[in-house]
Ligand binder design. Structure first.
Ligand SMILES: [Zn+2]
Ligand SMILES: [Zn+2]
Length: 815
């Protein structure tokens, strides 16, 4: 900062400050107004597409105080990423003003996520004397919708879906008063001027014309909410238009309705989340640590996976068994909008709140689309007339190793950016299209990587459309023209095909423009397509999130990823050096009879592994649950596939090894959702404490010093044969499954240690879906630390495929 007037403090000076970060939509300008006025300074403040811009004039010491207090006392929901200040000659401002926003310029302002209802707004809606009593769209600068209603930057009412509502005089007064909590609260509304509720019937819909049951009348839409609560109490399924899309709500203690919901939604066993009306109620059903309590009550208000009490003592409520079958955990959230608060208040009991869609399709956001897509599932539709600009699912988090781990990153988190290390500031824009399952995309703009909300598995047209919409949305929001597109190395992923087509399309567009001589100055090359191997992307994502510099040992374990040698990878070890990433070791491979089918059937993985170990003899090992799980005919066809190596790809996947053990221990032979077998194997440890582990060995250990070239001949291979023999012998002796599962998990951690010791890299990054496993991650962290290593794992970005877009960006930047 220049300092021309430092020697003469009596003189008036002018301080100009440009702030970047999460500074819009959090009451930053009114805070600046109050601070400047209090210090007797003149000048102005305004939002711009880049952030917040401030000019203050006054005596030098007061300006210095202003600068210090600006950072120290900033609104709690804001964060300042960068602050550039400069000292200038005074202009003679006579008052302090909040100016209109300036459009234009590059779009790097940080769009805030949607924020849960703040305590002030909550007490207003429950206060019969307040004009917002029972009003379900109450919000202020500290809370309410943001990302889900923003159409473009800067964040002003005219650029949100609130533009269709004209504020009444009383709301306008609040909006204009810098001393008011609603000063420039863009979604400000009240029962007189704001959005309204309606309850539609889902029955007898003809030609998709909604049948209006209850319009809102009078006091805060209360009548609509009361009828909705009655319907839920009576065992109805209600589709509710919430903040980022539709939920399906049913009473959480109503087993019959929960089962009906599962059938209609085609969701067999994947756990449902439950919304409780209060923390006190949650504590009756689940254990809640101080940290978990903070997460439940945070503005992000995610679904938190909580351990249930083993013997619910005096609970007023017991969750229907079908909510989360065979699961000692429950996905729990608290109401995060006034609508949910009021509905749960009237209902007086928890509800299942699951996304309003079929199976794994993306959320519905529009009421007419919901009528069409949820017709036949929902009995009623609770809707409102505030448009949702983009879908935002509920986020899911779990506490692992004493910290938060985001498993699904959406509401409350998206689209906050991950900052890149300083050395990578001067890079071009990269669009990363993610993977196939749990897809999310990322866009780098300058030193920030904006990660999209969770999109989902790209398995349906609905999901693929949502994927393309989110890409277009991000490019529009940040006015980005990426020069590089990063995609998974798998050639057949929908996301990879999209990236390839985009890269070629822009190329040919550029070519045709050049033919017409119109693009002399335009880029000659279209966006360059970069393929990033799946597990490398996992490791780089973990490094980016933890701001790790090479050299790093990356342990990348998940279910399935396209390997560069044509086999299926998933139990990989990499050494990341500056501009170099080498696969140095992997788990021993085995065959997956039936290919993709084996992902749904752990028994197939088990048979493939046993065949690798015992050959043909496996087909007569009838004493094994994995073998008995097949019919004679099926077993015969497996035999052909394995013998002829037909449709039986080789894999080194750690996720499949979990499947094998789940099958051998007869826990699960077929899964209803991804990761189910591994999850149940983790849960089966419950209550067993042991440090014993099955033997692990190198089946091909490259000599130290020459082992890091990564060529096939020197690749180190970790052998699970001793591990599997140990399990088989324990099964024979009737050892408890909890004991077997713990020894198995412990053995996997010892494998990691073997490799870490061999390679001697101090920093170890743990990534991939396997590290959603709390037992595995916590033990790996503890053991690595005991042996002097520094382990790093995921916290803000999912360890699963939801995080690989971040790693793809980093790979593209590192070349
Ligand atoms: Zn509020
Ligand atoms: Zn109003």
């Amino acid at each position: 900062m220049g300092d021309p007037d430092a020697a003469s403090p009596q003189l008036r000076s002018r301080l100009r400050v440009a702030l970047r970060g999460a500074v819009q939509g959090v009451g930053f300008r009114p805070f600046v107004f109050r601070l400047a006025t209090e210090l007797g300074l003149t000048g102005c403040v305004n939002n711009s597409a880049q952030g917040v811009f401030i000019e203050v004039e006054g005596p030098r010491p007061e300006l210095e105080k202003f600068l210090l207090r600006l950072e120290a006392e900033k609104p709690s929901r804001s964060f300042i990423h960068s602050l550039e200040g400069s000292w200038l000659a005074p202009l003679g401002h006579t008052s302090f003003a909040i100016r209109e926003s300036q459009g234009g310029g590059s779009k790097s302002a940080i769009v805030l996520p949607d924020m849960a209802t703040c305590p002030d707004c909550l007490s207003e809606i429950l206060d019969p004397q307040n004009r917002r009593y029972f009003y379900p769209f109450t919000n202020c600068t500290n809370c309410g919708p943001r990302f889900s209603i923003i159409d473009s930057l800067p964040y002003d009412r005219a650029n949100t879906s609130m533009k269709r509502f004209t504020m009444c005089p009383r709301c306008q007064e609040e909006y204009d008063d810098p001393r008011d909590r609603r000063f420039h609260a863009q979604p400000n509304a009240c029962p007189v001027c704001g959005p309204r509720l309606e309850l539609w019937s889902g029955a007898g819909i003809d030609g998709m014309q909604p049948e209006l049951c209850v319009p809102s009348t009078g006091e805060g839409n209360r009548n609509v909410l009361e009828t909705t609560a009655e319907a839920i109490r009576a065992g109805k399924i209600v589709a509710v238009k919430g903040l980022g899309g539709f939920h399906l709500l049913v009473a959480a203690d109503d087993q019959e309705t929960v089962v009906r919901l599962r059938e209609l939604k085609h969701r067999e066993e994947k756990p449902f989340a439950v919304m409780f009306q209060s923390l006190e109620f949650v504590k009756e059903v689940c254990q809640v640590s101080a940290f978990e309590k903070r997460l439940l009550l945070s503005p992000e208000a995610p679904i938190v996976l909580l351990r249930r009490h083993s013997a619910p003592s005096v609970a007023r409520f017991s969750p229907a068994p079908s909510i989360a079958p065979n699961n000692p955990y429950l996905g729990v959230m608290l109401p995060y909008t006034p609508l949910h608060h009021l509905l749960l208040f009237l209902l007086g009991r928890p509800v299942v709140a699951t996304s309003g869609n079929l199976s794994d399709e993306p959320l519905c956001i529009d009421e007419h689309e919901a009528l069409e897509r949820l017709h036949g599932i929902a009995d009623f539709f609770l809707v409102h007339n505030r448009p949702i600009i983009r879908h935002v699912d509920d986020s899911v988090v779990r506490v692992i190793a004493g910290g938060e781990q985001v498993l699904r990153r959406a509401r409350g988190y998206a689209p906050l950016p991950i900052p890149l290390p300083a050395s990578e500031f001067e890079v071009r824009q990269v669009l990363a299209v993610g993977g196939h399952l749990k897809n999310a995309i990322a866009l780098s703009v300058g030193p920030q990587v904006f990660i999209s909300q969770h999109i989902g598995d790209l398995e349906t047209d609905q999901a693929n459309n949502a994927f393309e919409r989110v890409v277009a949305d991000f490019e529009k929001l940040y006015q980005a023209q990426p020069s590089v597109i990063a995609a998974d190395a798998h050639p057949d992923y929908v996301s990879t095909k999209f990236a390839r087509a985009r890269s070629e399309q822009v190329r040919s567009h550029t070519d045709s423009c050049e033919e017409h001589g119109t693009s002399a100055n335009s880029q000659r090359e279209g966006p360059r397509l970069i393929s990033v191997q799946h597990h490398v992307a996992h490791v780089l994502a973990c490094m980016a999130e933890n701001e790790l510099k090479p050299p790093v040992l990356g342990i990348s374990w998940d279910g399935t990823g396209y390997g560069l040698d044509g086999t299926v990878w998933g139990g990989e070890f990499f050494v990341v050096e500056e501009n170099l990433c080498e696969r140095v070791a992997h788990l021993r491979q085995f065959r997956l009879p039936g290919g993709d089918k084996a992902i749904k059937e752990p028994r197939r993985a088990a048979l493939g592994l046993l065949h690798e170990l015992f050959g043909e003899a496996v087909f007569s090992m009838d004493h094994l649950a994995a073998v008995r799980a097949f019919s004679k005919e099926d077993l015969a066809s497996m035999r052909v596939m394995l013998a002829r190596r037909l449709n039986a790809p080789l894999t080194s996947s750690a996720g499949r090894l979990f499947d094998v053990v789940a099958s051998l221990t007869a826990l699960r032979q077929k899964v209803a959702f991804e990761g189910q077998a591994a999850m149940e194997l983790e849960f089966s440890i419950e209550g067993c404490e042991t440090s014993e582990f099955y033997p692990v060995a190198w089946s091909n250990r490259a000599p130290a010093g020459e082992s890091l070239t990564g060529t096939a001949s020197s690749m180190s291979v970790l052998d699970w044969s001793g591990l599997v023999q140990g399990i088989l012998s324990d099964l024979e002796q009737g050892v408890a499954i909890s004991q077997i599962s713990a020894r198995f998990h412990n053995a996997l951690v010892e494998m990691m240690l073997e490799v870490a010791r061999e390679l001697g890299k101090e920093r170890v990054a743990l990534s991939g879906g396997c590290f959603q496993n709390r037992y595995l991650t916590e033990r790996a962290v503890r053991r690595l630390r005991e042996e002097g290593f520094h382990p790093y794992w995921h916290q803000r970005v999912p360890p699963n495929d939801g995080g690989i877009c971040l790693g793809q960006v980093l790979a593209a930047l590192r070349g």
